[in-house]
Design a protein around this ligand. Structure first.
Ligand SMILES: *Cc1c(COP(=O)(O)O)cnc(C)c1O
Length: 457
């Protein structure tokens, strides 16, 4: 039974609140899930249900909910200096200290940060920044950016264009000109007949073919997520990044690594650049930098790009909230807590290996699960109709959506990307909580399997 309060909120919600990535008609029919509070790795809905947040919000609440010291720092900062901008040679202590702290965590050749309000804004910044860079170099023809199909780089016009989501491109005539897409390294789904290694090399070489097809003198940059997140946790074959690295070394183009999900510890390194031994020119950050306690994004800039900008005059770009003092203070406290808890080492050495091992031991044999994949504290369970042939369910069955609903009913948030179930819990999740997560995920799979079989009879 829904409480009157819940019913009232649901009615107001669909009457007045236009939601991102939501079908308004379906929302009206089903009624939204109203989340009212959270603590540690758990959220509570307006009906009083306690749910383990296996998605860390939207891949962002890395240090978990309910952290008193972040709330205290935020309250203090709001009273001390709630807002000032960083345009026209102005600055303030939280932005200064945060930029220095991020530079210390970033790869050694990256020492400056441009702040934004979100990951999407950061990728908009990247688009303008790489073109400005080549203008300064006297090569204004180098404009095209190469991305990948099924990439996610945000939802603004530039972000959605850089991304490779066909459903997003279909709305609003995207991508904008000057952005092209090559294959994603999705071996389980698209690599039939090839070994993972062969497929990884083949996908990587599409970068070289595309550079040669367009002409190196026309290409500004290559942008990629180390592991595609919203696309379904696509972990590239081991051969992929080393081959991309070889190709990038041969051609004079910039490399943008979108670490909005992988940044700040999710792979068991502060940045996946370290995990995969990559040397990007620009790193996109957001999400985990504040653990979601305040909105913030940014671009970490290499010395090479920063030195060029020194010769380029004013970069005519910026956001009112670039380096917002509240968000910056929150991010600083979040990073201080990460260090104090030694959380990145704990993820690398203890909890992430345990999560990956338990998911494989308990769920890989499940009749619905075609593949379990993942790195660090991010994983995917790909649901298929036939394990041997990788054959999928018909899309209209909505098996992934069913599984998500069964999962929430079992007390676990998993996200569905088509029929792929995504897991990306807060980095602070304990081994006991990982056991709970895996047990609930199995329950959700069992319930989904039962309903799929029933509808087959
Ligand atoms: C979430 C995400 C973005 C966009 O970040 P917003 O803060 O939602 O604008 C960009 N890139 C990747 C890889 C993401 O996962």
């Amino acid at each position: 039974m829904k409480s009157q309060q819940t019913q009232g909120w649901q009615a107001k919600d669909h009457a007045h609140h236009l939601h991102p990535f939501t079908d308004p008609k379906a929302l009206k029919q089903a009624g939204g899930r109203v989340i009212t509070r959270a603590d540690g790795v758990y959220i509570w809905d307006s009906q009083g249900n306690q749910i383990l947040d296996g998605m860390a919000g939207l891949w962002c609440v890395n240090m978990g909910y309910g952290l008193r010291s972040i709330a205290d720092v935020a309250a203090h900062q709001l009273l001390e200096l709630p807002y000032y901008n960083s345009f026209f040679q102005c600055s303030h202590p939280p932005a200064i200290e945060l930029a220095a702290e991020i530079a210390a965590l970033a790869p050694p050749h990256m020492n400056k940060v441009f702040f934004t309000g979100s990951g999407s804004e950061a990728n908009d910044t990247n688009l303008r920044l790489v073109r400005h860079y080549w203008d300064i170099q006297g090569k204004p023809e180098k404009k095209t950016i190469i991305s990948r199909h099924n990439a996610y780089h945000g939802s603004t016009v530039a972000g959605a264009s850089l991304g490779g989501m066909s459903g997003m491109h279909a709305q609003g005539d995207l991508p904008i000109p000057g952005i092209v897409h090559i294959a994603q390294p999705y071996w389980y789904g698209e690599g039939q007949g090839l070994s993972a290694e062969e497929f990884g090399i083949r996908c990587a070489r599409e970068l070289e073919s595309k550079i040669l097809e367009l002409g190196e003198d026309k290409v500004a940059a290559f942008i990629a997520e180390p592991i595609q997140g919203a696309g379904g946790v696509i972990v590239p074959p081991d051969s992929y990044w080393p081959e991309i690295k070889k190709i990038l070394a041969k051609y004079d183009i910039l490399f943008i690594l979108d670490e909005v999900i992988t940044g700040f510890g999710r792979t068991g390194c502060y940045f996946a650049a370290e995990y995969y031994d990559l040397e990007p020119d620009l790193i996109t950050i957001a999400k985990g930098m504040t653990s979601g306690y305040a909105p913030m994004g940014g671009v970490i800039v290499s010395d090479k790009v920063a030195d060029a900008l020194d010769k380029g005059g004013e970069f005519a770009h910026g956001y009112t909230y670039s380096g917002h003092p509240l968000s910056a203070a929150v991010a600083l406290e979040n990073l201080r807590l990460m260090k104090q808890e030694n959380i990145v080492a704990k993820v690398a050495e203890e909890t992430a290996p345990y999560l990956q091992q338990r998911l494989r031991e308990v769920l890989a044999q499940h009749p619905l699960v075609g593949e379990v994949r993942g790195v660090g504290m991010v994983a995917a369970l790909e649901l298929v109709a036939d394990k041997a042939s990788h054959q999928r369910f018909a899309a209209e069955l909505g098996v992934g959506t069913q599984c998500r609903e069964h999962s929430i009913a079992s007390g676990l948030v998993m996200r569905a990307v088509g029929d792929t179930m995504i897991i990306a819990p807060p980095l602070v999740i304990t081994q006991a909580q990982i056991d709970e997560l895996v047990t609930k995920a199995k329950q959700a799979l069992d319930m989904t399997y039962a309903s799929v079989r029933k509808s087959n009879d």
